[in-house]
Design a protein around this ligand. Structure first.
Ligand SMILES: *Cc1c(COP(=O)(O)O)cnc(C)c1O
Length: 412
């Protein structure tokens, strides 16, 4: 819960100005109870189904403290690398609740995942199925797999985060599955028990979700008629959040009445893989105003945080609210820009904001997902700290990199 109370921006019970006095800017903050509320809300949405695994898409934010919260709440993990698997287990998560997605699983990642006994591989190509089978055979194991199908349903979201239409690299088409059914059935060391999908991210309309599950229902019948025995469905993630508070978030009411009901009818074990939904609105990036620069009629608020700290605006034209820590009566329009030497290093153009000046702080809201986890050392800037807020307490969950940390692996 990050929001204004009497014109002061609060994270739970803490005035964020207090945090800005304690921690070096820029830094990320997260509301612990907001994350917990999101987890409980989603559990409730799925509560009418008998056998559900909610697997957090670790790539959205992989701090060990946040992964521990997930594990403590009985949330599994959807991972896309062995690094994410090891972090989730390190944080107390169980291997049996891990599903491994991603198009480029290496031999080493597959071997290690089989050793750890993860729940399932979500297979994205025929050669991957063959590779997993060969490794499992070597290890004298039989491993559970899901085939990620591309249901060819447009999720109505940004093109760089649409994943479920023909022509992107994810999943296998039903045509290819049919052509390779005999090959797949001959792979004795994998057991294909599930079909999975993930049609896109930041969906607000839940109808495409429903359409995709409906298409999956047909695929499952098709695949069963080819001689498989599908017992599970993985519906992916993509539940959208309200970056713009005037917009609506994901339509959970519609989802519950249509998609959940359909899943109930299908009577399969269900996995879902929310990432963004759990953490986006719970996090904010706090930055200091270094300069106010006025130039040819424009007013730039030049911040000490940039696209290396939060890349979603530069990369996906994302919208995030930007709020001063104290809201004043007067407003002005600003271009919020960062220190990186790229024109794409901005957070908002010509955005109305209550009056700010040099040395004030601003919060980029809803930055908890794909925020820190996509940050980099570009421009030789250290990775910044992450702070957890729990009611009136705050603590560091990741220390800011020092200069020494940053160059530690370099050889001169
Ligand atoms: C990224 C990803 C997710 C999570 O997507 P969100 O939009 O963050 O919910 C789920 N499943 C797969 C396979 C993914 O790649």
């Amino acid at each position: 819960m990050i929001g204004y109370k009497d014109n002061i921006l609060m994270c739970e019970d803490i005035d964020i100005r207090e945090l800005a006095e304690v921690y070096d800017s820029p830094f990320y903050i997260y509301s612990k109870n907001d994350i917990l509320n999101k987890i409980r809300f989603l559990k409730d949405i799925f509560s009418s189904l008998d056998n559900v695994l909610i697997a957090y898409a670790v790539k959205a934010e992989n701090n060990l403290s946040i992964l521990k919260m997930m594990a403590d709440e009985g949330i599994g993990a959807d991972v896309v690398s062995i690094g994410e698997t090891l972090k989730y287990i390190k944080a107390g998560g169980k291997a049996e609740n891990i599903v491994f997605s991603g198009v480029a699983k290496t031999e080493e990642e597959i071997r290690k995942s089989i050793e750890l006994n993860i729940k399932r591989f979500n297979i994205e190509s025929i050669p991957e199925a063959v590779r997993i089978n060969n490794i499992a055979k070597e290890m004298k194991k039989r491993v559970k797999c899901s085939i990620r199908v591309n249901p060819n349903v447009d999720a109505h979201t940004h093109e760089k985060i649409t994943t479920g239409v023909t022509g992107n690299k994810f999943g296998i088409s039903i045509k290819t599955i049919r052509e390779n059914a005999n090959l797949l059935k001959s792979l004795d060391n994998i057991s294909i028990e599930s079909l999975s999908m993930h049609i896109g991210s930041q969906m607000t309309d839940s109808e495409p979700f429903y359409k995709a599950i409906l298409a999956m229902k047909d695929f499952i019948n098709d695949v069963n008629s080819m001689g498989f025995n599908i017992t599970d469905i993985d519906i992916g993630g993509g539940y959208g959040v309200r970056y713009d508070k005037n917009s609506s978030g994901f339509d959970f009411e519609h989802f519950k009445s249509k998609s959940i009901n359909l899943l109930k009818e299908m009577n399969l074990n269900v996995t879902t893989e929310p990432g963004r939904y759990f953490v986006a609105e719970s996090g904010a990036l706090i930055m200091r105003v270094e300069y106010i620069k006025e130039e040819l009629g424009r007013k730039y608020a030049i911040l000490d945080g940039g696209m290396n700290d939060y890349i979603r605006v530069a990369m996906y034209d994302a919208y995030n609210d930007i709020c001063p820590l104290v809201k004043k009566e007067n407003v002005s329009n600003y271009d919020f820009v960062g220190p990186i030497c790229e024109s794409s290093d901005f957070f908002a153009y010509n955005r109305e904001c209550s009056f700010i000046e040099e040395a004030d702080y601003v919060a980029l809201l809803d930055a908890g997902a794909y925020g820190f986890s996509m940050s980099s050392n570009y421009n030789s800037r250290p990775l910044i700290s992450q702070i957890m807020v729990d009611k009136d307490k705050h603590y560091v969950i990741r220390k800011r990199q020092t200069f020494e940390d940053m160059i530690a692996n370099e050889i001169i």
